[in-house]
Design a protein around this ligand. Structure first.
Ligand code: B16
Ligand code: MG
Length: 208
């Protein structure tokens, strides 16, 4: 049975993908090409530098390592401007109720996200205090589907992975959770998340 829980951020707790999209689209426009919402799907759950690599490939743009660092910084500056406006109202349905319920049952709660802005986002959403541990893009070196982020989450909760459940919206995240030895609840479409032990459309489905 579940003693600990580890949550992905984007797509599970909040829809930050729409702000990533706006920021990436602005960068692409500056570089002289169109970046669509369909393109943006490829960046979900992917690290910042890997996202940039994919974006440059879409635009057919070559850039040196130094130029890429500069572009990633510019994208992040734009993104941070958007997420500075975040507030509680942008929590996805059921999130606060579900997390509060876990706390009342004594179940550990950790974040397992690729984002380097995760702490800031939790603060803006006013849910930072609900988390016992935050494992984010600043603490991991290997991206999902590598299990590192979730193994570190279990370690921070001082629990064996077999007692932890991962909540993920991306296929690579579901794979990472399984590879860590955790139970996995997929959030989204069953076709994409078939490796999960259970798939729901959102945390709201678990609080009814
Ligand atoms: P940052 P998650 C991921 O969040 C996003 O889905 C992905 O689009 C983003 O590129 C990545 O975080 C890195 O974010 O630029 O803020 O470090 O789903 O792993 O919570
Ligand atoms: Mg996600």
């Amino acid at each position: 049975h579940m003693k600990g829980s580890i949550f992905d951020l984007d797509g599970v707790i909040v829809d930050t993908a729409k702000y990533h999209f706006l920021a990436w689209r602005e960068l692409a426009k500056e570089l002289g090409f169109e970046f669509t919402e369909e393109h943006n799907e490829r960046l979900k759950g992917v690290s910042r530098m890997e996202s940039l690599r994919i974006l440059l490939e879409i635009g057919g743009v070559q850039a040196t390592e130094a130029e890429q660092q500069c572009m990633a910084q510019e994208k992040n500056d734009r993104y941070v401007k958007y997420i500075s406006q975040l507030d509680e109202s942008e929590l996805l349905p059921g999130v606060r109720t579900y997390l509060t319920g876990l706390r009342m049952r004594g179940i550990g709660i950790a974040l397992g996200s690729a984002s380097k802005n995760a702490e800031f986002i939790l603060e803006r959403l006013q849910i930072a205090s609900l988390f016992d541990a935050v494992i984010d893009g600043n603490k991991v070196s290997k991206a999902k589907p590598d299990p590192e982020v979730f193994l570190k989450g279990c370690e921070a909760l001082r629990l064996d992975p077999s007692h932890c459940v991962v909540f993920e919206d991306a296929a690579a995240g579901v794979q990472a959770g399984k590879a860590a030895g955790c139970g996995v609840v997929g959030i989204g479409r069953p076709e994409i998340l078939s490796e999960a032990d259970l798939v729901v459309s959102g945390l709201i489905d678990l609080v009814k």
